[in-house]
Design a protein around this ligand. Structure first.
Ligand SMILES: [Zn+2]
Length: 400
């Protein structure tokens, strides 16, 4: 996105809701039916390329209404959602299998299928849900369509909001982001801060899942594997590992965006596509797949947080960022544990510090004229963590 781009952003506000007594069973039963109906509708829409409302209606309406027992308006919402999902899947050149909805849900068209009034969400069909809390920062903006999800035994309403895209300031400097297996290093030639990656914590849950699977895949346990309890527990550990990565990526990127904003800096990150591609060629093990996930989610959240808070973003070519001298561009030589040295000018630093400085230099040359590259001081003794303060709790768009 070019800097200073006009327009608006769509973000999701989560609204915690709790159903009136007696409503939960009936509502969730509808949500389970809706999920099955949606998966059916997605297949039909894709197979027939029925991307117009008229065609989808003819192909699906009566089946959704009678076969899946959906109220008429909900049946319409269902094929509308199927069309939206099919369109985004068909538009993705790297698409995998046909998408399937896993979480029981309802898609709700604004004003027709739901409204929020007097502390209650009212849903078509007469369901009333008490609102228990939400992120009030976006109250002033109009609500769009919403999804009601049933996750971990709780109902959550996700309401989409359209908010104006904040204007981007012109940066006074660059905050570079470098990633490696253990740390995210954030900084420039004056400042440096490290965040541990979530790999070890996420691995812990993957291992628990795997141990459980291994234990119950023995022939004498094969009956156990079919037992719902064990499968659910394994699934829980896998999703917990993913959630650890997601929460971490959100928090770290939020921190990065606010650091940049405070100093009116641009955020510069490497283009990690090549790194992710090279990781994909490695044997498929948990560590590798978690690294890929972490890098991708971090990229996504850094870009989104920058967009949302008006921070200019620069993406730089990653080649050689940790092996080139940031002062004189000579090739650096190894100097012991993770340290590198320049044979020409004598510059010496930690490999990650070097990467951050090089990303800064590259970003500055991309941002161009208004900025001059600062003279890089010799950083031979960078403290492993100079962030000083603990990370602030997440207050992103997806928080309650
Ligand atoms: Zn040098």
């Amino acid at each position: 996105m070019p800097p200073g781009c006009e327009g608006s952003l769509t973000l999701t506000v989560k609204v915690g809701v709790s159903p009136e007594p007696g409503v939960l069973r009936e509502l969730t039963s509808l949500m389970y039916r809706y999920r099955e109906a949606l998966n059916y509708a997605i297949r039909v829409v894709i197979e027939n390329r029925a991307l117009s409302l008229g065609r989808a209606h003819r192909l699906l309406y009566s089946t959704l209404k009678e076969g899946y027992d959906l109220p008429s308006k909900i049946a319409v919402d269902c094929y509308r959602e199927a069309i939206a999902i099919a369109k985004s899947w068909l538009g993705n050149p790297n698409r995998g299998r046909v998408p399937r909805a896993k979480t029981p849900r309802l898609w709700l068209t604004n004003k027709y299928s739901y409204r929020i009034r007097d502390g209650y969400v009212e849903i078509l069909g007469g369901y009333r849900l008490r609102v228990t809390g939400w992120d009030r920062r976006y109250d002033g903006y109009p609500s769009g369509d919403a999804r009601l999800l049933f996750k971990d035994g709780k109902l959550v309403l996700e309401v989409s909001k359209r908010v104006p895209r904040p204007p981007k300031y012109s940066p006074k400097g660059v905050l570079a982001v470098d990633v490696n297996e253990r740390y995210i290093v954030v900084g420039n030639s004056q400042y440096e801060c490290r965040f541990e990656t979530p790999i070890e914590r996420a691995l812990h849950y993957r291992r628990l899942a795997e141990n459980l699977q291994r234990k119950y895949s023995l022939t004498r346990y094969s009956a156990w594997l079919r037992r719902r309890g064990i499968r659910r527990r394994v699934g829980y550990f896998y999703s917990k590992a993913r959630r650890v990565v997601e929460d971490w990526a959100k928090k770290v990127s939020h921190k990065i965006a606010s650091l940049a904003r405070q100093s009116q800096y641009a955020v510069a990150r490497e283009d990690l596509t090549g790194l992710v591609e090279s990781l994909r060629k490695l044997p498929r093990e948990h560590r590798v797949s978690l690294l890929i996930l972490s890098y991708r989610r971090l990229e996504f959240w850094v870009d989104w947080q920058a967009e949302k808070s008006g921070v200019p973003l620069v993406v730089v070519e990653p080649r050689g960022t940790s092996s080139t001298c940031p002062r004189c561009s000579s090739k650096l030589v190894e100097g012991g544990y993770r340290r590198v040295r320049c044979p020409r000018c004598g510059f010496e630093a930690d490999r990650d510090t070097v990467a951050v400085m090089n990303i800064e230099v590259r970003a500055l040359s991309k941002v161009g004229g208004s900025l001059t590259a600062p003279t890089a001081p010799q950083m031979t003794d960078v403290a492993p963590n100079r962030c000083g303060e603990p990370m602030s709790p997440l207050r992103g768009a997806h928080a309650l």
